[in-house]
Design a protein around this ligand. Sequence first.
Ligand code: SF4
Length: 397
Amino acid sequence: MGLQKKIKIGIDEAGRWPWFWPVVAACFCLNPEKIPSKEFISKLQDSKKLTSKQREKIFSQIVTLANEEIPSIFFGIGVVDNFVIDSINIRQANKEAMRRALLEILRKINQDDIDSVVIDGKDNYSFDELKKKPLYIIWWDAKVAEIAWASIIAKVFRDKIIDTYACLYPKMSLENHKWYGTKKHNDFLETKANISSFHRLTYAPVKKILEHKPKLLLHVCCWPDATIPIVTLKEKYDIICFWYDPNIHPKSEYDRRLKAFKKVCEIEKIPYIEGEYDIKTFFSKIKGFEKCKEKWERCQKCYDFRLEKTAFLASELNINYWTTSLTISPHKDIKKIFEIGEKYNLENIKSQFLAFDFRKDNGFVKSVEYTKKNNIYRQNYCGCMYSENFLWNGKEG
Ligand code: SF4
């Protein structure tokens, strides 16, 4: 154009903070050889006070002026999608959007005619494509009109892109929030099924929903038996341990096992609930079956009253699932334990029993190794005063 460095380019972006879809940057400059009407320029300078309708009107005027045979303005647009934002972070993606916008405008003007390039913000990017470093201005609106115009282009263009996607997600009320992180947006994303392929997955609220795990109440019959269930389940569930074992005798042994349980919960950072030591309930539940052999009626009643308590507690606390570490021990009747769990699933209980066989893949052997390695107390009898008579020839229970 042969001008004497009269061109000032303003750059701004839209969509840095939303949780969805692209960041858009725009560059804007006037053609010093064909300045638009004063009336039009004065409208643009007041951009901050514009309604969205007024912004749209000016946007279409900008497009018209930029497409005249001799344009009175020039602009460039840069769009960077959510996948790039997730892989390089929003700051770098924003720079890339600005770079793309600059590349477009630099094809329309002569770089030697540029007097200055002014950007809103304090990111302090520099661009290899520019011969000089841009100036950064905060609170641009009263100072650099070119940034205000760039801002109108970026914002309206991004809104138009978003409106195109609104038809896919009618429940989102996009017209109101344009995918910004409003409460309504957050409520809509409540489950990960509502996260679209246009969401920025690295943004904290979206990430949190993706990583959300269902809650599970794990009945712990003793700490050593709970180690492998915890290791197995914690990847997939948000575990809360429930210590409920009034069957353990004597009280000093109960306290010893409880202490070991609490210590490891603290180390593993697993929350726990401590049930009551209501040994009278245990005696009343097994009454008449005291002399039964291990695994038979006494033990089945002993499983049942502890699992019943767990099922109702999970339901009361609105915990999605519950299960028990009892299934890891080779001395327990796993089939009976599953039957009891299923029985509570058929009752009107909100929480669901999950039947895990923790003996699989050498679960019991691994639990023994775990306790040895971490120097955790391991008992040598099941728990009740009757089991003392059934010591398993030195084997651990
Ligand atoms: S042996 Fe174990 S499972 Fe059986 S009643 Fe005693 S404490 Fe309960």
